[in-house]
Design a protein around this ligand. Structure first.
Ligand code: SF4
Length: 688
C-alpha cells in the first residue's frame, strides 16, 4: 500500500474518519467530527480485511445441483446469470427475479442497484437488509417530522444537551467513539438516562438506568409523557405553535398512569418520576432511540411514543435538542434514500407517487408506466423465495441473511429452494456458500463512492488500494449485467458519474442531494442533505424554523402498548433479546475474519442472571440449549447480574449451532415491516 489515503471506517454508521497509511496501517483522523481522533477495535483492525486469507478473487459457479462451486471466467458467470434470468422471467414474468441489497453499500451502489432492479430486470422484488435495521425509526420520523434523517443535527450537538435519554442503544459497545460526545456532555454538567433491559456498558455510565421488561418500551414512553403532563413539564406554547395532534395523544396517555406502567414495564415509579424531572427541567434534551426500541412488531409506534414525548417537552428544533435515531449500518442512512427499498425511488420518493415516478423515469430515460410498483419487504421477500408465486432467482449484494435474518433456518431453506442464487461478496459468507454463482467484489478501501453517516452528512469513501486481480466492483457487475440484458439508460462504472445521475434523480425529493458534489464534500468535510443547489449550504439542522410537513408542524400520534408478538408462557417462560458485541459487526462475515477481533470475541454466548442459571441448573461457561418455537441454539452460558432474571441475551454475529437468529421471531411491524428481533419467548436448559 503506497502513500496515505484519508477515508472512513468500513463498518458502522458513525463512519469514523481514518487514514490508511504505509503497509496497511490505520490511523484515526481528528478532523472528522464523528470520531475526533477516536476509533474502536473494529476500526483499528480494519486494514486486516484487505488481506483476509479466503478472499474471493475468481467467480464461482455450481454447474450441477448439489455439486461444488467451481472457478469460472467472468464471461461464463455473467452469461449464465443473464441466460437464467431471461429464462425465468420468460416463464414466470419479471417478478421471478429478486434483488437484495445492503445498508453497507455506497450511495452510488444503492442507487444503481435500485435502478437495475426497476429498469434492467423490471422487477418490483427488491429490498435490503436495512429494513432489519432502522426502518421503524424511519417510518416514525417520516410520519412525525415529514423526514427521516438520523440525528437532528451535527453529532457535536450531543455535547450541548443538558440531558440525553437513550432508549435501546448501547453505543459504548457498538460505536465507542460516540461516547466522546457524551463524555463532553457530562463534563459540561449534562446527564444521561439509558433505557435497556440489560445494564450494558452504556447503562453503567448513565446517571439513571431504567431496566424495562423487553417489549414494553412503548408503555414506558407513554408513562413518561403521562408524568410530564401531570407534573407540569409540558411546553404548551411549543405544542400550540409547532405541533398538531396533541389532544388525541393526551387522551390516550391519560391511561398510562405510573402504577399501571410500573406493572407493565417493571420500572419503579420513582425512576420514571426522576427521568421526567431530569428531562422536564432541561433547557435542551435529546431523546434518542436505537435498535432495542425499534426492532419490534410495534417498533414504529414505540418510536412514535418517544417522539411524542420529545415534542410535548418542546425539544425538536433547537441545537442540542430534539429526537434522533442512532443509525446502525455504515450507510444505513444513505442506503434507504436512493431506491433499494421496495417502496422507494431515489431521493426518498415513494414509488407509488405518480409525480415521483415521472421525475425518476425521465432521469432514467424510460416511460414512467414501465416502472414496477412496490414490492415485498425484506423478510416477506426472503420468505417468498422459491414458493408458488414467489421469486425463482435472487441477486444479492452486500448481505448475509443466512446469519442476519430472523427465523434464519427457514430463510436458509427458502434460499436453497431458489432456481438461481447469485451472491456478490468479497468473502465466502455463509450465504455465498449456498449460491449457484458467486461474484467476487471489491471492498471498502478498494473503491470510491459516498456514504451518508448517522448525522445525515454525506462523506467521501476514497480508494486507497487497487482491488486484487480478478475482482470487479459492484458498479462494474451491475453495468455488465444491465448491458447483457439490453437495459435502457446509462450504466457507468465510474462512481462520480453515477453520483451525478443520483443527484439529478434525487432533485426535488425529500433527500435532495442535487447540490452535493464530490468537490464540495472534499472541501467542506461532508455536506448535510437536503442540499438542493450547489450554492445551498446543506442542512445540518433541518427543523429549526419549520418541519417539512405540509403544514410545517410536527405531528403527534396516539399510540397504545400492544406487547410482544410472542409473550412468555409455560413452555417458553423467558424473554430472549439479541444484539451486538464490541469486537464483532452484524453477521460477522467481515469481523470473524479479523484475528484481533476473533481473539476478543471468539464465539456466541448466552448471557443470563445467576438466579436464573441456578434455577435451571446451568453453570457459568457450560453449554446452554436455548429453544424457541422456531428452533434451538446452543452456546456457552455467561452469568451476570446486569441482566433481568426473566431475560436472556445472545449476540447475533455467528452462524452454526450458536446462531441467535435461529430463535428470533419474524413477526413484522405493520408499517415498517421490521421483524421483532428484540424479543421472543424461549426456554433454557443445560445442553448435553
Ligand atoms: Fe467507528 Fe463504527 Fe468503525 Fe468503530 S466500527 S471505528 S465506531 S465507524
Amino acid at each position: 500500500m503506497a502513500g496515505s489515503t484519508p477515508t472512513h471506517c468500513p463498518y458502522c454508521a458513525l463512519q469514523c474518519g481514518m487514514t490508511l497509511t504505509g503497509d496497511g496501517v490505520v490511523a484515526p483522523r481528528d478532523d472528522v467530527p464523528a470520531n475526533q481522533g477516536g476509533l474502536c477495535q473494529k476500526g483499528w483492525s480494519a486494514a486486516s480485511l484487505l488481506t483476509v486469507p479466503d478472499r474471493l478473487t475468481t467467480p464461482l459457479v455450481r454447474r450441477a445441483p448439489g455439486g461444488p462451486q467451481e472457478p469460472c471466467t467472468w464471461d461464463e458467470a455473467l452469461d449464465l446469470i443473464t441466460a437464467r434470468i431471461r429464462a425465468l422471467q420468460g416463464a414466470h414474468g419479471p417478478d421471478a427475479v429478486a434483488v437484495f441489497g445492503g445498508g453497507g453499500l455506497t450511495n452510488e451502489k444503492a442507487y444503481q442497484l435500485g435502478k437495475f432492479a426497476r429498469i434492467a430486470l423490471r422487477t418490483s422484488q427488491i429490498d435490503y437488509n436495512g429494513r432489519f435495521c432502522m426502518s421503524s425509526a424511519a417510518a416514525a420520523s417520516g410520519r412525525a417530522f415529514g423526514m427521516d434523517r438520523g440525528l437532528p443535527g451535527p453529532i457535536t450537538d450531543v455535547a450541548e444537551a443538558d440531558v440525553i435519554l437513550m432508549a435501546g442503544g448501547n453505543v459504548a459497545e457498538t460505536m465507542p467513539p460516540f461516547m466522546r460526545h457524551i463524555a463532553r456532555q457530562k463534563e459540561a454538567g449534562g446527564a444521561l438516562i439509558v433505557i435497556d433491559p440489560r445494564r450494558t456498558a452504556t447503562a453503567r455510565q448513565a446517571d439513571l438506568h431504567l431496566q424495562p421488561t423487553p417489549g414494553t418500551d412503548l408503555a414506558l414512553a407513554n408513562g413518561l409523557l403521562h408524568l410530564a403532563m401531570t407534573e407540569g413539564y409540558l411546553d404548551e406554547p411549543y405544542i400550540a405553535s409547532r405541533t398538531s395532534g396533541f389532544a388525541e395523544v393526551r387522551t390516550v396517555v391519560n391511561g398510562y398512569w405510573p402504577e399501571r406502567v410500573e406493572r407493565v414495564t417493571g420500572v419503579p415509579v420513582a425512576h420514571m418520576r426522576e427521568a421526567v424531572r431530569m428531562l422536564g427541567t432541561a433547557r435542551r434534551a435529546l431523546v434518542l432511540t436505537a435498535r432495542g426500541a425499534e426492532q419490534h412488531a410495534q417498533g414504529v409506534d414505540t418510536v412514535t411514543a418517544f417522539i411524542n414525548l420529545a415534542l410535548a417537552l418542546g425539544l425538536p428544533g433547537r441545537p442540542g435538542s430534539g429526537y434522533g435515531c442512532i443509525t446502525g449500518q455504515g450507510n444505513g442512512q444513505g442506503g434507504r434514500e436512493h431506491g433499494q427499498k421496495a417502496d422507494q425511488l431515489p431521493g426518498y420518493r415513494r414509488i407509488d407517487d405518480p409525480a415521483a415516478r415521472t421525475h425518476v423515469a425521465k432521469v432514467w430515460g424510460v416511460d414512467p408506466d414501465a416502472l414496477p410498483g412496490p414490492g415485498r419487504s425484506a423478510y416477506e421477500l426472503l420468505d417468498a423465495l422459491g414458493t408458488d408465486g414467489g421469486p425463482k432467482a435472487m441477486l444479492l449484494f452486500g448481505s448475509n441473511p443466512v446469519v442476519s435474518a430472523p427465523n434464519a433456518a427457514s430463510v436458509q431453506d427458502r434460499l436453497d429452494a431458489l432456481d438461481l442464487l447469485v451472491v456478490a461478496d468479497f468473502v465466502p459468507s455463509e450465504t455465498a456458500r449456498r449460491a449457484d454463482v458467486v461474484l467476487p467484489t471489491a471492498q471498502w478501501a478498494e473503491e470510491s463512492g459516498t456514504m451518508t453517516n448517522l448525522e445525515g452528512r454525506v462523506l467521501r469513501r476514497r480508494r486507497a488500494v487497487p482491488p486484487p486481480d480478478g475482482v470487479r466492483t459492484d458498479l462494474e457487475i451491475i453495468s455488465a449485467l444491465a448491458n447483457r440484458l439490453a437495459a435502457p439508460g446509462d450504466w457507468s462504472t465510474d462512481p462520480r458519474a453515477v453520483f451525478g445521475e443520483l443527484r439529478a434523480a434525487s432533485a426535488g425529493g425529500v433527500a435532495d442531494y442535487s447540490g452535493i458534489t464530490y468537490e464540495r464534500i472534499e472541501a467542506e468535510g461532508g455536506v448535510f442533505w437536503p442540499c438542493p443547489a450547489e450554492d445551498h449550504p446543506g442542512t445540518p439542522r433541518p427543523y429549526l424554523d419549520r418541519f417539512p410537513t405540509p403544514d410545517g408542524r410536527a405531528r403527534l400520534l396516539p399510540v397504545e402498548q400492544r406487547g410482544p408478538a410472542e409473550d412468555v408462557d409455560a413452555d417458553y417462560p423467558l424473554y430472549l433479546t439479541t444484539g451486538r458485541v464490541l469486537a464483532q459487526y452484524q453477521s460477522g462475515a467481515q469481523t470473524r475474519r479479523v484475528r484481533e477481533l476473533t481473539a476478543a470475541a471468539p464465539e456466541p454466548f448466552v448471557e443470563m442472571h445467576p438466579d436464573l442459571a441456578e434455577r435451571a441448573g446451568i453453570e457459568d461457561g457450560a453449554p446452554v440449549r436455548v429453544a424457541s418455537r422456531r428452533g434451538i441454539a446452543v452456546a456457552k452460558a455467561r452469568l451476570t447480574d446486569t441482566i433481568r432474571a426473566d431475560t436472556v441475551f445472545m449476540p447475533f454475529h455467528w452462524p452454526g449451532a450458536g446462531r441467535a437468529n435461529t430463535l428470533t421471531n419474524a413477526a413484522l411491524d405493520p408499517t415498517s415491516r421490521m421483524p421483532e428481533f428484540k424479543v421472543c419467548a424461549v426456554s433454557v436448559a443445560p445442553a448435553g
